[in-house]
Design a protein around this ligand. Structure first.
Ligand SMILES: NC(=O)c1ccc[n+]([C@@H]2O[C@H](COP(=O)([O-])OP(=O)(O)OC[C@H]3O[C@@H](n4cnc5c(N)ncnc54)[C@H](OP(=O)(O)O)[C@@H]3O)[C@@H](O)[C@H]2O)c1
Length: 248
């Protein structure tokens, strides 16, 4: 896969799946911009990656002012974006009876509004023929207890991505969705805090384990590459068989 000197923007690139993907693109010779709300997390990511081709931007994707910071950073660098990875996300798991307005707004503002307006604002900077990837989730089509709001955000995101794929064909920009199953990151730790619960989640996958962020990163690079030149508007499950596993 050829990413030498390609320009890659990753929202939510300071930890977890976004960080693993940033590392993978840097290893392939790309110039990478990563975002997050927390400057310290971004500094830690930069200290791990150690590359002059890595750029960090403190940008809260949940509001237009935060997205404008990223927009300005991209404009100031004068680049055209080859790959846009809309990955920033947050999850709060609670029964419908217990969900607060703040939980609801945080998830919709980050996962849906953030991805939508980052896409809209960065489209003028996207290179024709480039690739856009969204991080959704297997929960977009599941109906797990306690995941009503989070699942709804990912369902909404899938529809936005599919329509973006159709709207961007004239520019030859491919748009695809990566839907991870359980992957060992901070979000999984917050959703599944005990070892017992984690073992249960692992046992619910066909491969009997949770995934690691590198495995999602590899999928993102594949979908962003010419190897996926005939793939657009699709959702790729990267879930160890979780979604279709025939539980006995
Ligand atoms: N791990 C899983 O099992 C799993 C499964 C399916 C889908 N996903 C999805 O994968 C994506 C990445 O999550 P992860 O699992 O890698 O968890 P993570 O390690 O918690 O990463 C989340 C990233 O998003 C950033 N972020 C959160 N809110 C943000 C905001 N308002 N503005 C900008 N950046 C923000 C975080 O940085 P700051 O906190 O510093 O802002 C961090 O870089 C999410 O969209 C998540 O829904 C995860």
């Amino acid at each position: 896969m050829e990413f030498e000197n390609k320009n890659v923007v990753i929202t939510g690139g300071s930890t977890g799946i976004g960080l693993a993907t940033a590392k993978a693109f840097i290893e392939k010779g790309a110039n990478v911009w990563i975002t997050g709300r927390n400057a310290e997390n971004l500094q830690k990511a930069a200290a791990e990656i150690v590359s002059p081709r890595l750029n960090t931007v403190v940008s809260d994707t949940s509001n237009l002012a935060g997205i404008a910071v990223l927009e300005k950073a991209v404009a100031a660098s004068g680049i055209e974006i080859d790959v846009l990875f809309l990955n920033a996300g947050t999850a709060v798991f609670n029964s419908i009876a217990q969900v607060t307005e703040a939980d609801f707004d945080a998830q919709f503002n980050t996962n849906v509004k953030g991805s939508f307006f980052t896409l809209q604002k960065l489209l003028p900077n996207m290179k024709n023929g480039g690739a856009i990837l969204f991080t959704s989730s297997t929960v977009a089509t599941a109906a797990n207890l306690g995941a009503s709001v989070y699942s709804a955000t990912k369902g909404a995101l899938n529809k936005i991505a599919q329509i973006a794929a159709n709207e961007l064909v004239d520019r030859k920009i491919r748009v695809n969705i990566v839907s991870p199953g359980p992957v060992q990151t901070k979000i999984l730790d917050s959703a599944v805090p005990t070892e017992e619960a984690k073992e249960y989640v692992a046992s619910a996958t066909a491969l009997k384990r949770v995934g690691n962020p590198d495995e999602i990163a590899k999928t993102v690079l594949f979908l962003a590459s010419d190897m996926a030149s005939f793939i657009t508007g699709t959702e790729l499950l990267v879930d160890g068989g979780y979604t279709n596993y025939a539980r006995k």
